[in-house]
Design a protein around this ligand. Sequence first.
Ligand code: HPA
Length: 263
Amino acid sequence: MTEFTLPSRLAAVRPEVGVILGSGLGGFADLLVDAVSCGFGEVEGLPSSGVPGHAGRLHFGSLGGVEVAVAQGRVHLYEGHTAREVAAMVRLFGELGVKTLLLTNAAGIVNANLKPGRWMLISDHLNLARQSPLTGGPEFVDQSDVYSLELRELLRAESLELTGTRLVEGVYAWVNGPEYETPAEVCMLRALGADAVGMSTVPEAIQGRALGMRIVGLSCLTNYGAGLSAAPLSHEEVMETGRAAAKDLFTLLESAIPAMVEI
Ligand code: HPA
């Protein structure tokens, strides 16, 4: 018994790697060779997204000889979805055979040593939304190693080789949103050990881990958190910085995704 049904023209897809793209990163799907796609709404069982910048399309194609599924857009708690609904895409990927899950997002900077426009590899997370996609089932899943160490090492090495930049690592805090944080909240997040803050990714990582997937999380640091800079935050700024940083990520992933399935 499956939870999801793809449109019949996509019945033969067998992705090995699943990618979920955050704000402003949709162009990644254009790199896929022999791509086929559908809207989230065409997949029976998937909730659909209504946030600007989250187009809600699912693409399947090949990248360096590896079959990849790319979700362009995602749904969030702040749209009124449950954590289980938010993680539905990961369960769909699981049904299709995905073993490696790559999650990207836009995030605010909490650690003032980090720079806007750069990427941060997620080393661990704080579930401050206090919601779980596993609610309703007795899944006492180990969380000591959510973000694959071997894949992080691979991405750091690829980044250094391809772009000459050292990919920083840090802790991502998941909050409900949709409003951005207050300066006091940014101070609190830092005191709790966070380096960046955002409104996604964690439920998908928890779900992927429960399904035995290897997980990579990458945050595009789009802005300083409130209080760390004089500028007010806007969704437009977040989208624009995400788009500008997208090229670096695409260069990295084009070479890293084929390498990821080799290890
Ligand atoms: N806070 C929370 N989520 C975000 C931010 C932020 O500053 N920037 C992008 N997503």
